[in-house]
Design a protein around this ligand. Structure first.
Ligand SMILES: Nc1ncnc2c1ncn2[C@@H]1O[C@H](COP(=O)(O)OP(=O)(O)OP(=O)(O)O)[C@@H](O)[C@H]1O
Ligand SMILES: [Mg+2]
Length: 241
């Protein structure tokens, strides 16, 4: 069964259709990549899925249920979590505190929330920094913390919005490994990313959007070889071996 399905999703801001009739589906256990030029409507699509914006029209189905006008916290309880393109941890608080904010969505008990948060931090190799002030983290660690906050809510579907932006090549490699581990642990992943080698390496399938519309969908190789995608996004110089 598709864990997430969009049917003809439209999100308009005034006269601008940021998402313009997008349909797609993600099977449970898969990694779906979403790519497209700046302003193509990728983050807006995530915001509609996660309940941040109500869609203007069309349908969002999560686990078979139409979730169009549900709120982010209700969707979170149902197993949908996301990261934000601009990461905003509680900077004056520790990593442990930040991740516990996520775990409290599943338990009211402090000890349980802490236990969960510590396990999440460990899985991201951040446990040694658990007491550090989050404001002092490197970009790479801040991105991982953002994932940690989402993971602590125990998602079935995780939406990752450019979690590799600004990272060095070795940090990108580490993040690719982190995301693979998440998928192997059973979490379905919907991933927006501009770093092509990462999205190509991770995705089972990729959807390409341009001006809010899907222009291509397929395996990483199919998408990279597609004329429309090369023209709209990748550029002529992009070669896939
Ligand atoms: N809250 C908003 N109000 C008005 N216009 C918006 C709003 N959010 C996004 N837009 C516009 O919608 C379009 C799509 O923006 P969006 O952020 O979804 O693009 P994106 O594909 O995520 O781009 P990027 O790769 O740069 O992150 C842009 O033209 C943007 O200016
Ligand atoms: Mg965006």
């Amino acid at each position: 069964m598709a864990i997430l399905e969009l049917r003809n999703l439209i999100k308009a801001f005034g006269g601008l259709r940021a998402v313009d009739g997008l349909s797609l589906a993600i099977e449970e256990g898969q990694i779906l990549g979403l790519i497209g030029p700046n302003g193509a409507g990728k983050s807006t699509a995530f915001n509609c899925i996660a309940g941040v914006y109500p869609p203007s029209s069309g349908e969002v189905y999560f686990c078979g249920e139409k979730t169009n006008n549900q709120k982010p916290w209700d969707l979170c309880r149902k197993g949908l979590a996301r990261t934000f393109q601009i990461v905003k941890p509680f900077a004056s608080k520790s990593l442990l505190y930040n991740v516990m904010v996520g775990s409290f969505s599943r338990t009211k008990k402090r000890s349980k929330a802490e236990e969960k948060a510590l396990a999440v931090l460990k899985s991201l190799h951040l446990d040694v920094k658990k007491d550090m002030n989050s404001g002092n983290l490197t970009i790479a660690d801040r991105k991982k913390l953002e994932i940690g906050r989402a993971l602590a809510t125990e998602p079935r579907l995780l939406l990752l919005d450019e979690v590799m932006a600004g990272l060095r090549p070795t940090e990108v490699d580490e993040m690719v490994a982190v995301i693979r581990n998440l998928r192997d642990s059973g979490i379905t992943i919907f991933l927006i990313e501009h770093i092509m080698r990462a999205i190509m390496a991770l995705s089972d399938r990729i959807v390409v959007i341009h001006y809010g519309k899907k222009i291509c969908e397929g395996t990483p190789k199919e998408v990279a070889d597609d004329e429309r995608v090369i023209k709209a996004y990748l550029g002529e110089d992009y070669g896939v071996s």
